[in-house]
Design a protein around this ligand. Structure first.
Ligand SMILES: C=C1C[C@]23C[C@@]1(O)CC[C@H]2[C@@]12CC[C@H](O)[C@@](C)(C(=O)O1)[C@H]2[C@@H]3C(=O)O
Ligand SMILES: O=C(O)CCC(=O)C(=O)O
Ligand SMILES: [Fe+2]
Length: 354
């Protein structure tokens, strides 16, 4: 028997089947033109069916994106010692391979930056003033897009006021919990390709994002896969590659939005597989509410369509605050189903024979 040993650099990083063109999302990829009439309905449909969508006509200038991406590339290309000076990530700062503090590993390096209001937090310093300036402009653009999308979610669901969700994340007075993440996935090491040509290292293991929404941009290197929904929780899912498009963004539904819509919208499981030939660089804005925000279904969704004498829809989740959920999330492994402990048991069905 021939036993193939993984290259040492990849120890503890799981391998997955290398994606092929057949795994690509084809014409069914949900795309929303944010400037089109009826966009709010399209946003809701995509979030309910897939838990994510691609955004075009977003109005974010190429320069804003290009400048931060160039800063990220420059930072990741700097000497290891210079990068390590900004780490280890705990959770903010520079991290390499280690994701979170519970043993998850990936073929990537990253910079996790806290956001305070409309700009980077002074308490988790950026590596340079030029990166900070570029990141602040980018964060401004992401906050604008988060507002537009969350207002469309409210409008499309018939929830008033339009700002009910958006204000939690980007409201003027809200001490919301936002994060900016810059990821760099080097190409798969040639040694592994020679040994196991059909396998690729996991860049970022499968997970759902805990916040309300995430807005993701990547360069033109593929790697992101989403689990097609039907029974993702039961482990019965198909990984589909989302073709990269640097001119667009992806909006991803997070666990908190799933709860606030009482499960109508589903947080989508996603992962990144390292590319065989090229580096992938991604930049993600995570929009979470203030720590004390109650995460529970929006009342108007529970009573919508309830007639006289009818009972309103029950929440499918135990109540919690974002602070409580975040604490539990950061104690969990990446692939855990973080909402499972908060699911309410369905009420017992009355026994007709009793
Ligand atoms: C393993 C982990 C990394 C993570 C915190 C966690 O314990 C579980 C959730 C992970 C995640 C996924 C989305 C974002 O990338 C992230 C910053 C977040 O808020 O939750 C990461 C966390 C992290 O990398 O620290
Ligand atoms: O890098 C990517 O494309 C996705 C990363 C991701 O899912 C995350 O940082 O939560
Ligand atoms: Fe994610």
């Amino acid at each position: 028997m021939v036993v193939l040993a993984k290259p040492a650099a990849l120890e503890q990083i799981s391998l997955v089947r290398s994606p092929s063109v057949e795994d690509n999302f084809g014409a069914g990829l949900p795309v929303v033109d944010l400037a089109a009439d009826g966009a709010a309905g399209e946003v809701v449909r995509a979030c309910e069916r897939f838990g994510f969508f691609k955004v075009v006509s977003h109005g974010v200038g190429e320069g804003v994106v290009g400048r931060l991406e160039a800063e990220a590339v420059r930072f990741f290309a700097s000497p290891q010692a210079a990068k390590d000076a900004h780490g280890p990530a705990s959770p903010f700062g520079y991290g390499s391979k280690r994701i979170g503090r519970n043993g998850d590993m990936g073929w990537l390096e990253y910079l996790l930056l806290a956001i305070d209001g409309a700009s980077l937090s002074r308490s988790s310093p950026a590596p340079s003033s030029s990166l900070r300036d570029a990141a602040n402009k980018y964060v401004g653009a992401m906050r604008g897009m988060a507002r537009t999308v969350l207002e469309m979610v409210a409008e499309g669901l018939g929830v008033a006021p339009r700002g009910a969700l958006a204000d939690m994340v980007v409201g003027d007075g809200a001490a919301s919990d936002q994060i900016l993440r810059l990821n760099h996935y080097p190409p798969c090491p040639p040694l592994l390709q020679n040994l196991m040509p059909n396998c690729s290292p996991t860049g970022f293991g499968e997970h759902t994002d805990p916040q309300l929404i995430s807005i993701l941009h990547s360069n033109s290197t593929s790697g992101l896969q989403v689990a097609l929904h039907h029974d993702a929780d039961a482990g019965d899912h198909q990984w589909v590659t989302v073709p990269p498009d640097p001119a667009s963004f992806l909006v991803i539904v997070g666990d908190s939005l799933q709860v606030m819509t009482n499960g109508r919208m589903r947080s989508v499981r996603h992962r990144v597989v390292a590319n065989k030939l090229k580096s992938r660089v991604s930049m993600i804005y995570f929009g979470g509410p203030p720590l004390e925000q109650r995460i529970a279904p929006l009342r108007q969704l529970l009573v919508a369509g309830v007639g006289d004498g009818e009972e309103e829809e029950q929440s499918r989740y135990e109540e919690f605050t974002w602070g409580e959920y975040k604490k539990a999330a950061y104690l969990s492994r990446l692939s855990d189903n973080r909402l499972a402990p908060f699911h309410r048991q369905p009420p017992p069905v009355a026994n007709p024979l009793a």
